[in-house]
Design a protein around this ligand. Structure first.
Ligand code: ADP
Length: 197
């Protein structure tokens, strides 16, 4: 098995790369999906979050009220750390479970916007970082309907571009076209297959 980490800032094109890798046969573990699963209705993590933050972060039917929790943690690093201390171990455990069910020849891609923040890059055989300048991130997020101010705030809240590229084995420059990206990922896939042996 080859364990690959995939990360990039919001709007960098990480999801496009993830889909392309899946098309080549990678087993993709989507951490956005895991992050939703660990706080599902009735989960131990959700119960712990409600214990720490109060029942106001639950909807009337007991599910997570994302906007309510977001409003607490978005501008409060300490609350965010408290939340992540609950969710990140649960996410890591679920990722390990998914990875264990992939075959021995699998190329497993950990598609994780927080790969570096969670320290997951250290356990990967290869780390791919999708990289574009901030103006391109903002432009592409705008095309998806996000206001520039919100895009900027989200980018500022993430780890720096340098902290990602600094741990990369492969940096994908995604300033070109989507066709160009597909071509780059095709070449990268061949290298991953070579690494897996
Ligand atoms: P991320 O997962 O990193 O947040 P996405 O893969 O969702 O980013 O890409 C953000 C937006 O930019 C999407 O609408 C996507 O289709 C578009 N996009 C990604 N790469 C390119 C590219 N090379 N050229 C044009 N648009 C792109």
């Amino acid at each position: 098995m080859l364990r690959v980490g995939l990360t990039g800032g919001i709007g960098s094109g990480k999801s496009e790369v993830s889909a392309l890798l899946a098309g080549h046969g990678a087993v993709v573990i989507d951490y956005d999906q895991l992050a939703r699963e660990v706080v599902e209705h009735g989960s131990p993590a959700l119960a712990e979050i409600a214990r720490r933050f109060g029942d106001d972060i639950l909807t009337a039917d007991g599910a997570l009220d994302r906007p309510a929790l977001g409003a607490i943690v978005f501008n409060d690093p300490e609350s965010l750390r408290t939340l992540e201390a609950i969710t990140h171990p649960a996410i890591r455990a679920l990722a390990a479970e998914r990875e264990a069910s992939a075959g021995p020849d699998a190329i497993v891609v950990h598609d994780n916007a927080l790969l570096v923040e969670m320290g997951q890059h250290t356990s990967c055989d290869a780390v791919i970082v999708v990289d574009v300048p901030q103006e391109v991130q903002i432009e592409r997020l705008a095309a998806r309907g996000m206001a520039a101010a919100e895009a900027r705030a989200r980018i500022t809240n993430q780890t720096s571009r340098q902290s990602r590229t600094g741990v990369a084995d492969f940096i994908i420059d995604n300033t070109g076209s989507l066709d160009g990206l597909a071509h780059i990922v095709g070449g990268l896939w061949a290298r991953l297959v070579g690494l897996r042996g």
